[in-house]
Every structure is written in structure tokens, then in C-alpha cells.
Design a protein. Sequence first.
Length: 511
Amino acid sequence: MAKLKSILTLLAFAHLAVSIPRDYGTTTASNRTLIGCLDAANVPLISASDADYAPAVMPFNLRLPFFPVAVVVPTTAEHISSAIKCANTFKTKVAARSGGHSYAAYGLGGADGSLMIDMKMFRHLSVDPDTYVATVGAGLRLGDVASGIYRLAKRGLPHGTCPGVGISGHALHGGFGFTSRMWGTTLDNIVEMEVVLANGDIVTVSKRTDPDLFWALRGAGSSFGIVTTFKFTTYPEPNSGVRFSWSWTLDDSASDTVEKKVKIFQALQDFSEESAPDTLVFGVFMMAGFLDLSGVYWGSRAEFDRVIAPLVASLPQDGLPTPQIADYTYIDLLVVLANGEQLPQPENYTKHDTFFTKSIVAPTKLTSESLTSFFTFISEKGVRPPLSWFVIADLYGGRNSKISSQDPADSSYGIRDSFFTFQLYSNLDGADPSVTYPPWGIEYMNEMSRSITEPQPETKFGAYVNYVDPSLSPKEAHELYYGPNYQRLKELKRRYDPELLLWNPQAIGTS
Ligand SMILES: Cc1cc2nc3c(=O)[nH]c(=O)nc-3n(C[C@H](O)[C@H](O)[C@H](O)COP(=O)(O)OP(=O)(O)OC[C@H]3O[C@@H](n4cnc5c(N)ncnc54)[C@H](O)[C@@H]3O)c2cc1C
């Protein structure tokens, strides 16, 4: 997670030529067309024939360009309501985009021809001086939210490390970061939302006002409404944070490398299951020839040394690297975790990557068969240019984690039992810019994923909906993301959006 940005290919969008496949209509005042209806309702709009259209529909993941019928840029909930009513009349699917970081470009609809609602003008943020509840506009990005809450109240909210990720997609579908074992996911800290529903109604939703909708939105938000404003619980900033990392450079062709990696991972699993306090969060970052254990301890250096000692003692001592360890203030550490990127984000965001990602949610320890199979895959097939890849295994669970100790019935978020969550990320990092993502890359990453899951058939693995995997069928996706919660989600979708207006290829109700 923390290393993610450093290996992304960040291209200025100006380098990319978008070819718009077809004209979806012109801006006329006639309400016989969708565009005419939106115009008549005075909804701020970019249509396919406008010069602003190409930059407005540029996806973060350049592998998946999609072309909405038009882009609505609302400044009020009423604009969204009017847009939704027009979309209902003209039977057009609707998707909201906040930070645009969906791995499958679902903010653009995940297919051509949807009506995209770009939330970028919803940028308000305040913190109540008595309750410390933060009110956050749905168009803000994580860096804006973190720096804003800190500036106003010296407090924090749990969330991911990349400052450019949007608060809305992140919070509505989970939201994991370096304070999550201590404070829960971003989703766990939502107390209220203003939402525009699929019939155009504007409602305020909390556990008290509508427990069913509140449950559904927190886990499957994109299928149940368009959120304009969140209210979040916040926490006093931790006094200090210790950033640590042990990095092994390993020769994948050596006969003992697989065994050594298995031993390292097993030591981490054993320690995490019983002994890791909630103030400790770490991930294991893996590439061909490289394994890095790094994380954060929220406390003093002396406490960290005491807490980590049993783990260090259980790691293979032969070739144990010298660790990098440094203390920071809370807010400085957020910048370090973002690889030095400033937290406040520009209104016009221009970073991109070309990638395909899978995730595996492991509810239990990986067996030695599974670990051996995965590390053997890396040793034998780990280098496949022009693809670069990495895998991060993040510790979500363990006895003391606030993620796994939440009541599983509290929200529709389906992977409460995650012990480690794996992200398998492949991209064109460093490749010639004219190279496109190779079609075999998707099967290659699927094979890497199966190298972990197939040797452990007794375990029911899941997947993380915030790491959307568009290679899954809707049925596979729903089973992996939501497990037993899917049936209730489907029933609630029939109640709140029977026509599947709020749609993407894996929306609730598509299986
Ligand atoms: C570089 C990078 C780093 C990441 N790091 C982390 C991390 O550290 N931890 C982690 O947990 N995840 C991480 N993620 C995954 C990230 O949390 C998801 O991709 C998230 O859904 C992105 O939200 P967004 O608003 O930016 O995306 P968008 O593409 O705008 O939206 C994602 C989904 O949410 C829906 N949506 C957006 N806004 C609204 C709204 N207002 N109301 C209703 N639905 C809405 C969209 O329709 C879409 O289905 C990372 C992703 C990237 C690309």
C-alpha cells in the first residue's frame, strides 16, 4: 500500500489521446432527449460534443476508457435529483464519480453510455467543536480530508495512504489504512450521510432514520444512492508514530529462497494472530527477488521495541536485514506514507496508471502448501515484461483488530473476517509508453492468485470490493465481496432501485 505510488506509472493526461467513439447527442433545449431534459432542468452539464468532455472522462486506469452519454457536474443535491429524474425518464444508467480511482473505472459507469455524476464540486469540510464529528463533501480526496480534519481539530480518521483516492468510493466500500486496526475502516466511522436515491429523493440516512439503507450503503454504496455529504467520527491524533521496515533482497533462483520466504510469512502470521496490538499495522510487499515487511506502530519508540521483539526473534535470523526505523508526528507520518506527496490535492487531478488488479481476502492463516505454491510461482514465473507486478499482504485481523471486532451484522461490508488481505497489482511501470497492457496479463495475474487459493481448498477466500476485479462475473464478484450479505442487499436493491438505475457491471442486482 505505502509503496504503491512509487511504482505506479504516473502519466500526465495530456500525453494520452482519447478517441470518443460516438456522438451521444447535442445540447438542445428539447426535453425529448436526455440532454434536453438535463438542460431544461438547468443541470450543469458537459456533453460529448463539448471540448471539456475528453478530460472529464479520463479514467485513472487508462486500460479501461469508457464514454458516458454526458457528465453532470452538480453543485447541489437538487441538481443530482433532477439528473436522476431525467435518467429515469430516458432509461439511462447512472454512476457517480468522486476520486475516480475505481480499478474498473466504475465511476464512469464501467461501460459506455451511462450518465456520469462528477462530484468534484462537493468540497466542503468542517468539524463540530463539541462532538468532533467531521462533515465532509463527497468530492474531496483522502489527502484533503486528512489535512482538513487535522488543521481544524488536530484529529484523524482511518483511511488509505494515497492522497488522491476519493473519500466517497473509499468510504462506501471499506477503506483500509495504517490506523484501521486501531480505529476501524473508514466505513465503520460513518455516522450519517446525505444521499440522493434512485427515485430522485434527497434523504438524510443514519442508523436511526433508516437502518436498512444505512446498512446497505456502507459496503455497497454505489448501488444504493449518490452521497453528497458524509459525517464521520474522528479521533485525537496519536502522540507519535514509528515507521519501520525490514527489506530482504532474495535470489529467486536459489534453492532455499522459497523455504525462507515461507518461514518469514509464517512467523508474521503466528505473531499477528495472537500478539499484535491494535496500534500495530503492517503489510508485506512482495516483488520478484524482494520482500519487505513494513508498517507503523502508533506509540513511542520504546514501546515499539518491546512490542516487535517477539516477532523479530521468530524471523529467520540468517540474513536478517538491518531495519529502517524512524519516529514521526501523526501528520508528518501521513505524508511519509504517501511517499512524500503533499496531502491537499489539486481540483484538477491528472495522475493515471495502466493496470489490472486482483485481491484475496484470507480469513485464516495461509498453509505451508499455499505459501510454498505462491513463492514457487514467483521463483519460476515472476518476471514477465512488459508487466510489472507486486503483491501486498496487509494485516487486517488478528485478535486485537478493530476491523474484525466490529459486529459483522453492522454493515453490508462483507469481509469482516479478513486476517490478511492480498492485493495483486500488475501494471506497465517503466514500459515504453506506446506499449498497451498485454491481454495475457489478466490470466497471468489470475494464475498467480490461484497459486495462493487452490492449495487451500478448505478455506473460503473472499475479495475486497474496493479492489474491484472486472474479470469476475457478477455472480463471482457478489459471492467474493459480500458472501452471505448478498441476498439481503439484493432484496434492498429491489426496494430502493428496482430498475437498477444506479448501475455498473457488478452492481447489486446484476446476479
Ligand atoms: C492509487 C490507489 C491507491 C489506493 N489505496 C488504497 C488504500 O490504501 N486502502 C484502500 O482500502 N483502498 C485503496 N485503494 C482503492 C480505493 O479505495 C477504491 O478504488 C475506491 O473505491 C476509490 O474511490 P474513488 O472515489 O476515488 O473512486 P471512484 O471511481 O470515483 O468511485 C468508486 C466507486 O464508488 C462509486 N461512487 C463514487 N462516488 C460516489 C458517491 N458520491 N456516492 C455513491 N457512490 C459513489 C462509484 O460509482 C464507483 O462505483 C487505492 C486505489 C488506488 C487507485
